[in-house]
Design a binder for this molecule. Sequence first.
Ligand code: NAP
Ligand code: MG
Length: 492
Amino acid sequence: MNNYRNFIGGKWIESTSAKTVNNINPANTAEVIGTNRQATREEARAAVEAASEAFHEWRRTPAPARGKIVARAARLMEAAKEELATILTLEEGKTISESRGELQRSINVAEFCAGESRRMNGETIFSELPSNFVYTIKQPLGVVACVTPWNFPVAIPTWKIAPALVAGNTVVFKPATLTPATAVRIVEIFEEAGIPAGVLNLVLGSGSDAGDEIINHAAVKAVSFTGSNPVGIRLYEQVSRRGAKCQCEMGGKNPVVILEDCDMDLAVENTAQGAFGSSGQRCTATSRAVVVAKIADEFVERISTRAQSMRIGDGMDPQTEMGPSVDEGQFKTVLEYLNIGREDGATLVCGGERATGNGLDKGYFVRPTVFDHVTPDMRIAREEIFGPVLSVMRVKDFDEAMQVANDTEFGLSSSIFTNDAARIFRFVDEIETGMTHVNSPTTGGEAHIPFGGIKGTGIGDREQGSTALDFYTELKVVYVDYTGRKREGNLY
Ligand code: NAP
Ligand code: MG
């Protein structure tokens, strides 16, 4: 059995704590994949100190040289793609093809960031004065903490760590407790790629202990967090109070708007993929289908047929379309929301229970669920469930659809199914989400394209794409006067 360790100052170090956690396969809870001791606060501090010590040298390393290490990591990740995808499916539960997709996204992100290392350019700006000019340079912040969730345990750490390193920061990486195996492999890959000691550190500890210690450490100049709203908002308060930078990507309640002139086949299949793919455990998952009344009966019938045909099972089986919930806590939360939906008066069309039989009793499987006649005040319309649950909300027309779609505290992703160009562009203009999709699922994204949400979902700069380095750099403005003379008059 694997025994996961912390990586501090270039050394793999077994925690001294007495608290251990097991890494369990959610498709078969009898299978323990590995174990680790939960890092102590002292160990978390040691990781920050190691990162602090390594910063001076790393900052002086030319950005293209830093980028070469990230490029090497991309190649190593590509070589280990199948192995990493397997680990990911075993510890998180998503299907092996979803895992391969996540690995490819991570490789793409690392390649993109490596390229950015040669484009960390500033601006040259004319001055109002003769023989003067101004330029800007992007500089690293110092020690950066990357705090990540379990649902994309390879891609999210990669899209934080790679830009942080390219920008010249040193990193303390605190992955979710549920996914230590992928975290260890990512760090091993960076180690093999030649990352100097202390530049990247891994702390396997609980959020409330080791995580709390890291984010509140005075030497940590920035925290990049992805996870749930309650944790993110509290973390933001703590980090911003001491004037450090903080970026939070949090929950979603993503709507798909389906209009009467849509391609129904496309709308049904893409909504099913968005709602039930990865067992609904994606921040961009489709959780509300806002459907005009005229076509709602047909949509509900077809989406529930599709939901019932989803092949549920162990993600390692290539036939499987939907894996389990990640752990007992998430599984119970989803089952609880199924009860809340019923109690609040929504119509259960299909699913609504744990999936059993055919070996499914061994894991945390939930049947893909469709609720109809969900109204905006119901909890299943307002709260993030993070399970394979779709709430259908019937509306009379496009205007009401817009209003219902925007009636949420979250603002991550959305989509619309229609062939009416005018409505598409009105939707794009008025929908209150950071990303939106036309005639395609609410999920998905590409390495070279900015990613993130607005409203209650996101605080701070967008991750990835042209904005990937914004959070991880500070802009310095430099005024140069080559007149060689004392300045006449005053500049304001
Ligand atoms: P979570 O419970 O908020 O945890 C996220 C991370 O924060 C974990 O590493 C966690 O450690 C750590 N943490 C918890 N308490 C902390 C504290 N007091 N101080 C410092 N760190 C702390 O989220 P999750 O359950 O792992 O992930 C699911 C959530 O992530 C969903 O809400 C989903 O929407 C969101 N998400 C958002 C995006 C996006 O881009 N918007 C992408 C993916 C996921 P432990 O694991 O030890 O608790
Ligand atoms: Mg958690």
